[in-house]
Ligand binder design. Structure first.
Ligand code: PMP
Length: 462
């Protein structure tokens, strides 16, 4: 047991944290003044902080703890694997049982002929792999000029140099000289914010055709791949209009470009099927998986590629790999997680029972005076906040001001709901019960009420 976490008062822990720990995606100075909430333990969908408060985790950590917290089976498998073989690499003509078993299992679960797995430690790493993989693929086919990867604004594909470049987050591009060369971004299919007077269907088609325009503009001989999340997660749970994906698929089929579907959030049950591409009827050449692969219990990610991609890459020495590619402990934990997902029929329960229940309750939030739209696919959902439901207008205050106020009210009411600008998003553990869904909705509604009251008081409702 760790002396620090068990014996120090919250304020001292916060002071030490502020003094020595640099938080991701945080304004360090501001956070230091306020103090980070110290999370001590968790079970099911509930976190407990250092003051003993119980918090409903509406985000499954960072969209990852799909089977819920506190599953002993995973701890036991990890301990057993650490004793048996804590580490070995697969670089130099060696392999091990956990990585063999996990690869075979993923080939069985993944759709179509996605039968070959390259491992990383995070979604960002897996997308770095994808960037190198698709360029190497085309070079192997004698088409060196096919290097450009087309992505979308407001996409999230990670935080390494390649991940952040592939992503379309302007705040990330503004720091550190990104994006890398030969990454091109088209507009996102966010009808609510950008659709204007078009119908969602017209808008979906128009945004998909930007892919075709970009390919024609740059030349088919320069474009290697298109990458996208089935449902944009970190961008605010943006669900594309129904016309979007069929058109994207048509364009990818017509031109010689690879389709990379980033399933880091959508994979392993989040959308009500094993993979988001099944929910949305997309046929990728490569998928990126992470997060739900181990339910966040161990850092592991992968690129799962088609027979054809694997065959082409197999024709050369692919000079790429991470020390922790296919880490035996992480692989064993992932396998156990997949066993639980399958044997407890968690994906089926989401699809047939709990997600439809959540959908009904979530969509009812659209009645709230602050809510411009409520969107949901499986167990990922968002509401857009607005001062004017009819016009879908943004707030006059800086983007994110109102979202942050709402998030603070959620946090104050022991619900973790994230804000992306002025959209509120949830992605709870897939094992959430109907009773817990009721609690989540009750707290979300209370946070919306408190936000509305505060906006009126501070004259921000405009
Ligand atoms: N792709 C998507 C779609 C993601 O949501 C994320 C993380 N939120 C990543 C990639 C990056 O994963 P990681 O944080 O594990 O590097």
């Amino acid at each position: 047991m760790n002396m620090i976490t068990n014996h120090m008062p919250t304020a001292e822990l916060q002071a030490l944290d502020a003094a020595h720990h640099i938080h991701p995606f945080s304004a360090q100075g501001e956070l230091a003044k306020k103090g980070a909430r110290v999370i001590m333990r968790a079970k099911g969908v509930t976190l407990t902080d250092s003051e003993g408060e119980e918090i409903l985790d509406g985000m499954a950590g960072l969209w990852c703890v799909n089977i819920g917290y506190g599953r002993d089976e995973l701890a036991e498998v990890a301990a057993r694997q650490m004793r048996e073989l804590p580490y070995y690499n697969t670089f130099f003509q060696t392999t091990h049982v956990p990585v063999i078993a996990l690869s075979a299992k993923l080939a069985e679960l993944a759709p179509g002929d996605l039968n070959h797995v390259f491992y990383g430690g995070s979604g960002s790493e897996a997308n770095d792999t994808n960037m190198r993989l698709v360029r190497t693929y085309w070079a192997q086919k004698g088409k060196d000029s096919k290097k450009v990867i087309i992505s979308r604004k407001n996409a999230y594909h990670g935080s390494t140099m390649a991940g952040a470049s592939l992503g379309g987050m302007s705040g990330m591009h503004a720091q550190g000289g990104l994006p890398l060369p030969d990454v091109h971004h088209i507009n996102q299919p966010n009808w609510y914010a950008e659709g204007g007077d078009m119908t969602p269907e017209e808008f979906g088609l128009q945004r998909a055709r930007e892919l075709e325009e970009a390919i024609l503009e740059m030349g088919e001989d320069r474009v290697a791949a298109f990458i996208a999340e089935p449902v944009q997660g970190a961008g605010g749970v943006i669900v594309a209009p129904d016309t979007y994906w069929p058109e994207i698929q048509r364009i990818c089929d017509k031109y010689e470009i690879l389709l990379i579907v980033d399933e880091v959030i959508c994979g392993f049950g989040r959308t009500g099927n094993w993979f988001g591409c099944q929910t949305l009827n997309i046929r990728p050449d490569i998928i990126t998986v992470a997060k739900g692969l181990s339910s966040g219990y161990a850092p592991i990610a992968a690129s799962i590629v088609s027979d054809e991609v694997a065959e082409v890459i197999g024709g050369c020495e692919f000079n790429h790999g991470y020390t922790y590619s296919g880490h035996p402990v992480a692989a064993a934990v992932a396998l156990e997680n997949l066993r639980i997902l399958e044997e407890e029929k968690i994906v089926e329960t989401v699809r047939e029972d709990t997600a439809p229940y959540l959908k009904e309750k979530w969509e009812a939030l659209a009645d709230h005076p602050l809510v411009g739209e409520a969107k949901i696919v499986g167990m990922m959902a968002s509401v857009a906040l607005t001062p004017n439901k009819e016009t879908r207008a943004p707030f006059a205050a800086d983007v994110g001001t109102v979202g942050l106020i709402c998030r603070e009210h959620c946090f104050g009411n022991n619900l973790i709901m994230r804000h992306v600008g002025d959209r509120m998003v949830i992605s709870p553990p897939l094992v959430i019960t109907k009773e817990e869904i009721d609690t989540l909705i009750e707290r979300a509604r209370r946070a919306l009420d408190l936000t509305l009251a505060q906006l009126k008081e501070e004259d921000l409702l405009k």
